[in-house]
Write a protein that binds this ligand. Sequence first.
Ligand code: HEM
Length: 571
Amino acid sequence: MDALSTHPYLVSVALVIAFSIVRFLYRGYRIRRQFKNLPGPPHHPIWGHILVFADVQETLPPRIHPHILPHFIQQKYDLPPLFYLDFWPFGPNLCIIMSPTLINQAVVAPSLPKHEQVPLYVNPLAGKKALISLEGKEWKKWRGIFNPGFSISNMMSLVPSIVDESLVFVSVLESLADSGELFRLDERVTRLTIDVICRVVLTRRDHRSNSQIAENEIVSSFRALVDSQPDAQTINIFHLYDPRRPIKQWYYSGRLKSHLTRLLEERFVTRRTTNKKGGPKYVIDLALESYFAQKQAAKSNGFVDKDTEGQDKMLDDTFMEYAISQIRIFLFAGHDTTASGICYAFHFLSRHPQKLAKIRQEHDKVFGTNPSDAAAMIKELPQKLNDLPYTLAVIKEALRLYPPGSSVRAGVPGHFIVDPDNGEKYPTDGFLVWDQHLGMHRSAELWGPTVHEFIPERFLNTNSSGQQYPNPKNAWRPFSKGPRDCIGQEMALLESKIVLVLTLRSFDFTTVFDRNEITKIKPDGTEWAGRWKSKPNGIETLWDDPCYAVMLTTSHPRDGMPTKATKRTLG
Ligand code: HEM
């Protein structure tokens, strides 16, 4: 009797396995072959670029953020500003672009669709309707609805609210300075940025989230969700495929949704009575106005939306679903990005006393020499924030050296990136096209020999010819460029300016990376403790700085930037 008739199931299973292996190998062969004539590091017929990645990582300190690696790969193999990396089967294959002219052909005109990795990562945190992963008409409609709230003119009207939240941060710093303790600056600033987002987007004075001084249901559910994301730097499959994760995410997502629903309903009822004419408009109020205006316009054109027909005077389910997703994405995309920029501004200034003196002088000039006058002045005349070119240059330089994020797109069949200098065409189909902000910001070819130095002056006098420090066109792009650029960029810049003005003249900051000291930091709700593991290479700095960016769900300064604050005595 043959095997087929005695063990039919076993034979079938064996055939399926054999077929899958052949398919896997054939796929691998085709993918590896794709790289034959593409620019990139030396390519191995079996390992692709996996060993290149491991080799370069070996020369770097622990836990560096993955978006720093392509820069070092490019340096080691002297690669052009567009190159490919083959990580199959461990991840999508990459088309890495570090040139403004080339990347604009993927994110500006045209703007390619987001890569499938974006919703995969974002949806558990923000739901399926978040702007960052929507496409086409749906994205356009909802971006249009939320744009007015984030416009610079509306943000200016919300400056007093941002100042109020920042003053809480100042009082937190005062008590930390009084105690003399070491604390994680990143955590304190992150709580501030969460409070600012909640305030600006959603809540009035009486509904402040106050996460800087107490626990808050929305903030704790949101942070539990963020913490539930898998650690991108582990290959431990028990962690990566932890079956408890979806349950945790479902639970916290549900809690967040019910809190936000209640707040939105309250806000809907009170907004007509509390919104003064010409007064500040919270982002959600303006979104509601745009939404109802769009609905009205559609109705006038004879279009009836069956799902929301008859709900003109109430919050309909469609608005609720999208609004909740947007609030969640604003919290997610806006909190630690802004915090990282502010922290690095503090850090670089503390390492460059002359630049610190220069920014303090600017604040004295615009707000007078008594630091405690500044808050009231900003509230009364928010336009004064436009008179701070050096402060803006400091923030831009901090975001240049450590951009918190980047942008990833899906290559499409038939779309090639064309090098205008030589007409060379580069395929995008099948690749994750990576708008590599850090690589671009750290390119000596673009920024000159001082590329790794903290020189805010490079963003001043951009019109003068023969500049000492080049500031190449479109090469500064922490917020990305094109139609899918960051909706919250004006808010992030305004908030950063306010925080620097309210703190720099009152405090000195020193970062401390002595391991013995770091272990003494009081528990602060963060996951840093126990995350540090020295590497055999003994390297603990990057670009001569221990405070490099690491990955903890998103980009953060290493160890949360352990800092000591001291009060300044003004003479
Ligand atoms: C320094 C602070 C910030 C940085 C560096 C930053 C960076 C970015 C980048 C690079 C993108 C493009 C992402 C992509 O293409 O996938 C983006 C998009 C986005 N950002 Fe920000 N962001 C910051 C602050 C904020 C704030 C404060 C908010 C809101 C409160 C926000 C909300 C968003 C949203 C909703 C998108 C998606 C926009 C769309 O696809 O239409 N961001 N941000």
